[in-house]
Design a protein around this ligand. Sequence first.
Ligand SMILES: [Zn+2]
Length: 422
Amino acid sequence: MYRLFICFCFFFFLFLSSANSQAVYFITADRVFDGENLHTNWAVVISGDKITAVGPVQQVAVPPQAIKVNYPNSTLLPGLIEAHTHLFLYPYNITNWDMQVLKETDSYRTIRATVHAKNTLMAGFTTARDLGTEGAGYSDVALKQAIQAGIIPGPRLIVAGRAIVATGTYGPKGYDHDQQIMLGAETADGNDLIRVTRDQIGKGADVVKVYADYRWGKENESMPTFSIEELSLIVETAKSSGRAVVAHASTAEGMRRAVMAGVETIEHGDGGTPEVFNLMKSKNVALCPTLAATESISKYKGWRKGIDPDPEAVKKHKTSFKSAIESGVTILVGGDVGVFAHGENVLEMELLVEYGLSPLNTLKAATQVNARALHLNSQVGSLKEGWMGDVVIVSGDPTKNISDLRNIKFVMKEGIVYRHEK
Ligand SMILES: [Zn+2]
C-alpha cells in the first residue's frame, strides 16, 4: 500500500508557507480533458487558488512571471473526485473490520487516516466524500478541518460522520450479549431518526448516510432495514438543513425504498434490477457501484482474478452493473476505498471500464459527474475560469488506457503543488 512512496520521488512544496501563495502557473499538455471533452494543445493558467484561463495554447496569454509546467506525452485533467471512501479504514486482509472498529482507538485510527488522506491526494484525487468513520465518531470532521487549515495534505472532504443504522442490524456482531459492543455506526429507529439526523448534522456531517439494508437476514443475507416512512424522516430532516442523504443499499427492495424516500445516491447496488435502475433514472438518483470493493473482498476470500472463475458476488455485480448502464442511470466513481488501499483509488475506474463504461465516460464520472453529485459543481470537476485550481497531469492518454491515470506526474489542489515529478 505504500508502493507509491517507495517508487516515486516527489516534492512536497512547503504548503504551510505557500498556503497563501499568489503564484501563477502556465501549464500546457499534449491533451487536456476539461471534464467534458478531450482537447489537444491546450493551456491552463492558475493564479492563486483559481483557474484564470483555459483554452487553445495560441489563445491563452502567458502571464508575466508565470511558472511554466509541461510534461512530454501528457494529459491534464481536473483533480479527480472519489465519491466513496472510508479514510478511517484500511484493507481487511491486513486487519479485519471488527478488529479495526473494536480494538483500535480513535486516535490511532486518526493518525492512520492522515496518511490515507495524503495517499489519496497523491494519487490525483483532490476531493473525496468520506461515507462513515465506522466507529471513530466525528474524527472525520476534525480530519477535514486539519486539511482545510493546511496542517496536513489531503483532498477536500465531504464527510458523513457516524452514519445511521437500524437497531439489531449492524456489526460488529456475534459477541456475548453480556457485553456492550460498540457499533460501526449509530442506531436509531422510528421518530428518533429525526433527533439522530439533527445530532449528526450538528456535529459536522456534510451528508447523512443511512444503511437501507444490511446483512441481518436469517442466513445473514442482506435484507431491507428501514421502512420508507423511516427513511423519509431522515431525508426530510436532512433536507431542511440543505444536506443530502445517501444510502448504502445492495438489495433491490432496499434500493427501491431509499429511492422512494428521496435519497440522492445509492451506494453499492449489487442486487439492483432493471426495474430499480429505471426507477433511479426517473427520480434522478445516482449509482455509486463500488465494483472495487466487491472484487477486493472476493480476493481476500481467495479468488485469483484471471485464473479462477468469477465468484458469485462478482458475477452478480457484473450483471447488475450491465443493467445499470442500459438504464442510463447516472454512474459515479467511488470504490469504497479502505476495503482496499487508499491511493489505489484508480482501481474502481479500471473496473468501470472493464465492466463496460467507456474510458471517456469514466473520466467524466470521476470529475464533472461526481462534482455534481457532491454539490460542488461550480467549484471542481471541470476546467473553467473561476473554478478551483485543482489539476492533475499524467503521462499517456487515459481516454485510451484508463490505467494511465496511475502515471501521475503532477498534482495541484487550490493552486498549491503537492506532487511534481522530475
Ligand atoms: Zn462504504
